[in-house]
Design a protein around this ligand. Structure first.
Ligand SMILES: O=P(O)(O)OC[C@H]1O[C@@H](O)[C@@H](O)[C@@H](O)[C@@H]1O
Length: 384
């Protein structure tokens, strides 16, 4: 199977231990394996750095999470966790400006692994000017940490005190824990040491099952990578939380592997994206050579359903019907089931597996999963 840049997916690479080391010089697989350690260290660091202080002055009118990329997904996770049970709305801002209504009654949570991302720093500076309460998570001694500290808010260092290195997408769990603990301190959701320990155990279990030395036929991360390879993935979550996992997988596929995907959420996706099952990329191309070298030849849709344990009953009906419809149209389907009771546990089950699959997909195509060259080049061009 060949990729748009002419790269060919070689399943044998996934069981070649020497290649998995050489092909991943920055240790992206190791960073995925560090997810459990990130949760534990970030919990300790968030407690030590006084995130619970946000609860002292009562609840804010709204919570705004400022961030882009993986850091913005932290806001989406918080929104999904709070959506149905919390009396405070959560909004994610992925840009330079805050909405006009944000003011001194609101809490702004600034998230940036580097602590230097232009959009996040600009939105946070605006929050300081408007007198918002602030919490931050990201690299210490940066423009972001200076802003949050100047406003008197707690700032949880990521990449310094927690010892986690690497790209923002590799530190999702480090960045996610402090905002969730802040929301817990405000009484918006139950999350404390035992919940985070359970999440860490689940991520540890996944790291064991998806470890590089585990062979493809029993390794769920490698199996999912092989299902993804050569397809145009349509990734749907069956709950708000599972949809964040779908978004996460699509983003990681782009950044790790340069691989495109469509993501969506049921029931919304059943109103629009499902029509692609009748489109030009649906169905099996009986004439295509699955191992052709020509770019894009034979690429066909495949539906990936990230299934939450808790689904609206109508979503369950929609999902079941969508699977049948996909099968009728010759669109193959892969279903990935969340496990666990606490929503964070379920999120960990989905994100933990998908993170491995994305990195294995990159390695199967011979792509360095750390490079993300086009994103770096674009940032360089606009900063000139
Ligand atoms: O978390 P920070 O450092 O603000 O980065 C935010 C985003 O920036 C982009 O340019 C990429 O690097 C993404 O992987 C990252 O998630």
């Amino acid at each position: 199977m060949s990729g748009a840049g002419g790269a060919r997916f070689e399943p044998d690479r996934l069981d070649d231990q020497a290649y998995l080391v050489e092909g991943d010089p920055s240790g992206v697989l190791r960073s995925v394996a560090s997810s459990a350690a990130q949760v534990r260290a970030a919990y300790r660091s968030a407690v030590e750095n006084g995130v619970a202080r946000v609860g002292r002055d009562g609840r804010p009118r709204a919570i705004v999470v400022a961030g882009v990329g993986a850091s913005a997904l932290v806001g989406d996770v918080l929104e999904a966790l709070c959506r149905y049970g919390a009396p405070v709305p959560v909004v994610t801002v992925r840009g330079h400006r805050l909405p006009g209504w944000v003011g001194a009654a609101d809490l702004v949570i600034a998230v940036s692994r580097s602590g230097r991302t232009e959009e996040t720093v600009a939105a946070t500076a605006e929050a300081v000017r408007r007198g918002c309460a602030l919490v931050g998570a990201g690299a210490p001694d940066t423009p972001l940490s200076a802003l949050v500290e100047r406003a008197g808010g707690p700032y949880v260092p990521v990449g310094g005190a927690t010892g986690v290195a690497g790209q923002p997408r590799a530190t999702l769990w480090s960045l996610m824990v402090p905002p969730i603990l802040a929301a817990a301190a405000l009484g918006l959701l139950p999350a404390g040491e035992s919940e985070f320990e359970s999440v860490a155990k689940r991520l540890e279990d996944l790291a064991h099952r998806c470890r590089p030395s585990s062979e493809s036929f029993i390794n769920p991360g490698k199996t999912l990578a092989m299902d993804l390879a050569g397809t145009l993935p349509v990734i749907w979550g069956t709950s708000p939380l599972a949809a964040v996992a779908a978004h996460r997988l699509a983003d990681r596929l782009s950044e790790d592997a340069g691989y495109p995907a469509i993501w969506g959420e049921l029931p919304e996706a059943a109103h629009n994206q499902i029509v692609t099952f009748d489109g030009p990329l649906a169905g099996r191309d009986i004439f295509a050579d699955p191992f052709a070298d020509e770019a894009g030849e034979g690429t066909r849709l495949r539906l990936f359903l990230l299934r939450d344990v808790e689904e609206h009953p109508q979503v369950t009906r929609s999902r079941t019907a969508a699977v049948r419809l996909a099968e009728d149209r010759g669109v193959p389907v892969s279903e990935i089931l969340a496990e666990g009771v606490h929503p964070l546990d379920r999120l960990a089950a989905l994100v933990g597996l998908c993170d491995y699959a994305s990195v294995y997909l990159a390695l199967g195509y011979g792509t360095d999963p750390a490079s993300a060259a086009a994103a770096t080049e674009l940032q360089a061009r606009i900063s000139q």
